[in-house]
Design a protein around this ligand. Structure first.
Ligand code: C2E
Ligand code: CA
Ligand code: CA
Ligand code: CA
Length: 277
């Protein structure tokens, strides 16, 4: 068990390939983390560009490991996915995000506020995503229209039939949908129309040099125009400075999130920002 712990430690702290044994140990440590409730959510504000008001938050998972400290999602989500544990982790994320939203609404109002939650492909294929989402909404008592699921283009392509069916049932409940990392996958216009999503999120790889790289600028501009033609809200992620924000504002982007305004924050700190909003 000690050896297993060391290997898991090695895995989560180093960038390296893992063999089958490592994967088993890592899976076990994720299971233990679930049991011990070591997964927590941080929240990053999403702002309306014109008004500067916070209009929502994205929930981002962290693992607070008593030995290692805070483990970022890129370190364990891939293993959670390959081991299937993401289904249970994702279920907890939905419950906690909805519960937190309800608590903030009771404190601050926030009637039109959006809680955005990241969804993995496996939650569509192996988990009952409809059941997980609808029970999180029901148990927390939030309105479905305040919940938004962030899906990637690859989910929608790979799991097209299953995803479309589940999405349309969730849309009937009133849940919102957004496409994450937009521009990095293969969405076509026809496809976007068929999906009936609400929002596109411009990937941060295009935002990074948006004010100096003419190709990135052109891509961002095209996404904004295309999205607006289809009646969608456009949000940019990874906004780190004033120049990027100014470009996005000038080109009609609706919302942004990024370190420029705030890093993802623990619930209590995020709540302090919401109280001043
Ligand atoms: P993502 O959904 O694309 O989330 C955005 C990532 O960018 C977050 O990293 C966020 O902290 C980071 N970020 C925000 N603003 C800035 C900025 O201005 N500059 C830079 N350089 N980065 C910024 P994080 O929290 O480490 O999450 C990484 C990925 O892990 C997420 O990418 C998402 O794919 C996944 N993830 C996070 N939480 C969950 C979850 O609850 N479920 C699932 N399935 N995946 C999750
Ligand atoms: Ca996301
Ligand atoms: Ca993203
Ligand atoms: Ca990403």
């Amino acid at each position: 068990a000690k050896e297993a712990g060391r290997n898991a430690y090695r895995f989560f702290t180093n960038k390296m390939n893992v063999d089958v044994m490592d994967r088993i140990m890592v899976r076990n440590s994720l299971l233990r983390a679930l049991e011990r409730r070591e997964f927590v959510l941080h929240y990053q504000p999403q702002l309306d560009i014109k008004s500067g008001h916070i209009v929502g938050v994205e929930a981002l998972i962290r693992w607070e490991n008593p030995d290692i400290g805070i483990v970022p999602p890129d370190r364990f989500i891939p293993v959670a996915e390959s081991s299937g544990l993401i289904v249970e982790i994702g279920r907890r994320v939905l419950q906690e995000a909805c519960r937190q939203l309800k608590a903030w609404q009771e404190e601050f109002g926030l009637a039109d506020f959006v809680m955005a939650v990241n969804i993995s492909a496996l939650q569509f294929t192996r988990g009952d995503l409809y059941e997980a989402v609808s029970s999180a909404i029901r148990e927390s008592g939030i309105d479905a229209s305040n919940l938004e699921l962030e899906l990637t283009e690859s989910i929608l392509l790979k799991e097209a039939d299953q995803a479309l069916e589940v999405m349309s049932r969730l849309r009937k409940l009133g849940v919102k949908m957004s496409i994450d990392d937009f521009g990095t996958g293969y969405s076509s216009m026809a496809y976007l129309k068929r999906l009936s999503v609400d929002k596109l999120k411009i990937d941060r790889s295009f935002v990074k040099d948006i004010d100096v790289d003419s190709e990135d600028a052109a891509i961002a501009h095209a996404v904004i125009s295309l999205g607006h033609i289809l009646g969608l809200t456009i949000i940019a992620e990874g906004v780190e400075n004033e120049a990027q924000l100014a470009f996005l504002h000038a080109h009609g982007c609706d919302q942004y999130q990024g370190y420029y305004y705030s890093r993802p924050l623990p619930a209590a700190e995020c709540g302090r920002l919401l109280s001043k909003n």
